[in-house]
Design a protein around this ligand. Structure first.
Ligand SMILES: [Zn+2]
Length: 370
């Protein structure tokens, strides 16, 4: 049973619900993609959940190994628990992004994740398979899904810079073999995106032909796109006007490319850079325009609101907006046809009492700004 199935109610009432990542991925695959957002501070939690609520979109909340070190896993868990109570209408899954073997083991044992990503893509093909397989065995024992990566993205992957020369596109035949031998549940593919603000130079674009071939070989298998940020020129320009040093050559994945990727089996799109750009723009503009201010809450409010708008916009773009009601209805119906096997250890998490007071005081609709 999920928490939602235990505590939710039919009809008008909204439902707080953690769903297994794999269940969300399979519901989405071929129809839309889930936005997967990296968050680790309270402004980001509010912004993420507010944006998802506004778009009525299921989301994947994810934490990297570095974010877990930065915030502390217990802090992240408590922020998430808070968000869950404050925004009960949001359906989400919890994922460990860019883990190594040790951090995956820790995440699996914590009981707070329904999926982990083992990133062993910097190793040789055989070593990647061996490490991924070990994580899969450990994760599946706990009913937790595993995302693996094959091929390498350019840019800084977490804190590990990947040199342009060694960045490798995923080879479709290898992808098929890799999935077969590791038993992973989803696969992050390298098709030309990169982490960070400089995704493409010149006329470089996504290698959709590679994606098409992977999809042909792995029909029905959920694929993941890392580095899915758009890096809007307008954001870059505003940061530059406020004193930032991001080069005008910064660029990201276009909306049209994203739609094509979704049609070719991408069911999860990781978005990190766009949120960081908004953080930078909001704070740079705030302190430029109000040099006498030193109250973190003032720009914090603006950032929450702007991040919420970004999340809602991304969910629209990925086709995930408005999908929550169908998911929750299926979940609450005894014959809903939802994959029971995908349900995870998360359901074992203790359920906090519903805090109506928190709901009323903190849940506000998206404010419009500037
Ligand atoms: Zn990534």
């Amino acid at each position: 049973m999920t928490k939602g199935a235990q505590s939710g109610t039919h009809g008008e009432k909204q439902i707080a619900m953690r769903i297994a990542t794999l269940e969300l991925l399979h519901a989405a695959r071929g129809r839309y993609a889930l936005g997967a957002f990296n968050v680790c501070n309270l402004e980001q939690f509010h912004g993420l959940f507010r944006g998802a609520a506004a778009a009525r979109a299921p989301i994947i909340v994810q934490f990297t190994r570095v974010m877990r070190d930065y915030a502390h896993p217990l802090m992240l868990d408590q922020l998430l628990r808070g968000a869950e109570i404050i925004y009960p209408e949001v359906t989400f899954a919890v994922h460990h992004d860019h883990g190594d073997e040790a951090s995956c083991a820790e995440a699996i044992a914590s009981g707070h994740y329904s999926s982990v990503m083992i990133d062993a893509s910097h190793l040789s093909f055989e070593q990647n398979i061996a490490v991924t397989r070990r994580v899969v065995v450990r994760a599946h024992q706990q009913g937790i899904a595993v995302e693996a990566e094959l091929g390498q993205l350019k840019g800084v992957e977490d804190e590990t810079p990947v040199e342009t020369e060694v960045a490798l596109l995923t080879e479709p035949a290898q992808a098929e073999e890799f999935v077969g031998r590791t038993g992973c549940d989803s696969l992050a593919v390298a098709i030309g995106t990169s982490h960070g603000a400089y995704k493409f130079s010149g006329n470089q674009r996504l290698h959709l032909e590679v994606l098409a071939e992977i999809q042909r070989r792995l029909a029905g298998f959920p694929l993941v796109l890392h580095g899915g940020s758009a890096v809007p020129p307008n954001e870059v320009e505003r940061i530059r006007r406020a004193g930032g040093g991001i080069a005008p050559s910064a660029s990201g994945v276009s909306e049209a490319e994203l739609s094509q990727a979704i049609a070719l089996g991408v069911a999860k799109v990781n978005v990190a850079t766009d949120g960081r750009l908004i953080w930078t723009r909001v704070h740079r503009e705030f302190f430029r325009d109000r040099p006498g201010e030193f109250d973190f809450m003032q720009p914090g409010r603006t950032y929450i609101n702007e991040f919420a708008k970004l999340v809602a916009h991304k969910c629209e773009l990925l086709g995930a907006a408005g999908r929550t009601p169908a998911l929750t209805t299926a979940k609450l119906s005894p014959s809903g046809g939802v994959n029971n096997e995908a349900r995870t250890a998360l359901s074992a998490s203790p359920q906090p009492p519903h805090d109506k007071h928190a709901d009323k005081t903190l849940r506000t609709p998206l404010e419009s700004t500037r």
